[in-house]
Design a protein around this ligand. Structure first.
Ligand SMILES: C[S@@+](CC[C@H](N)C(=O)[O-])C[C@H]1O[C@@H](n2cnc3c(N)ncnc32)[C@H](O)[C@@H]1O
Length: 260
């Protein structure tokens, strides 16, 4: 009895304030900070960063946003028609990173020109676009959806049109894990171990697939693109290169051309 009371007193006396990073082990503090900042690339893993930012995981949020986006699809189809121009450049999964001169497409609730769920294909006719760009979108698709999605891009491009794709380069993490050259230490500092930084790239942000340059080129080639080449940040046959400066450090790009 005495023991039980002591246990209860001990339990109740434990104030929530003690649940700060100071009271936690390095691993537990990291896991909690990560859990509460799904989209954040913040390197501040201190108690101040333990605030509750987001009640949904990104993939669940994307699921709900996707459902809302599909509800308005009939209107969006009409809007898509009004956005067709010559030349037509499509920026898919544009998020908060709008590009001037491009039709910015993402789910409802984001600053788009067109709210559209890309799981429904593209609301454009064959051969209408001269360029399609997406950056940090492909890893949000399950692997099984990747080729149908890339083939949809191929359908909408005109002959000679360019697809440019940027993805987080898992190879950068893996090479740096095996032989540290400073990438993880500078891009994701403060993680208790390099493996946890690598795992963020694989499992966080709603990511469903991992990529490197050769895997990306293989997928583009099998989707039907030709002259597929791995590209560095900013190196593009599209002028100006549409790459987002915030993606420079972590990304690999590839381009392919729609054959005649
Ligand atoms: C990591 S963000 C990248 C945003 C932007 N491209 C960038 O690099 O900053 C991924 C984007 O893909 C969008 N996305 C994911 N699934 C989608 C879908 N089925 N249809 C349309 N957009 C989608 C998300 O809403 C999100 O804005």
């Amino acid at each position: 009895m005495l023991l039980m009371a002591a246990h209860l007193v001990g339990h109740e006396a434990r104030s929530p304030a003690r649940d700060t990073i100071e009271a936690l082990g390095e691993f537990e503090a990291y896991v909690r900070a990560l859990h509460r900042s799904h989209y954040s690339l913040s390197t501040d893993l201190t108690a101040t960063n333990l605030g509750f930012k987001d009640s949904f995981s990104p993939s669940l949020r994307e699921g709900i946003q996707g459902a809302a986006t599909r509800l308005i699809a009939p209107w969006s189809r009409l809007r898509a028609r009004s956005l067709v121009k010559d030349p037509l450049r499509l920026h898919l999964g544009s998020g908060l990173s709008r590009r001037e001169g491009w039709v910015n497409i993402d789910l409802l609730g984001l600053p788009t020109d067109l709210a559209w769920d890309l799981r429904m294909g593209l609301p454009f006719r064959d051969s209408q676009a001269e360029a399609i760009f997406h950056e940090h979108l492909l890893e949000h698709l399950p692997l099984v959806a990747v080729l149908p999605f890339l083939r949809e891009c191929l359908r909408v491009l005109h002959v000679g049109g360019v697809l440019r794709v940027g993805v987080p380069d898992a190879g950068l993490y893996i090479r740096d894990y095996v032989e540290p050259s400073g990438f993880i230490a500078s891009f994701r500092p403060g993680r208790p171990t390099p493996l946890l930084a690598l795992a963020e790239a694989a499992y966080c942000y709603g990511h469903l697939s991992l990529w490197d340059g050769s895997t990306l080129c293989l997928a583009l080639t099998e989707a039907g693109f030709e002259h597929v080449t791995e590209r560095a940040f900013g190196e593009s046959s599209i002028s100006p290169a549409p790459d987002g400066p915030n993606r420079r450090m972590e990304s690999v790009y590839a381009e392919g051309i729609k054959p005649g």
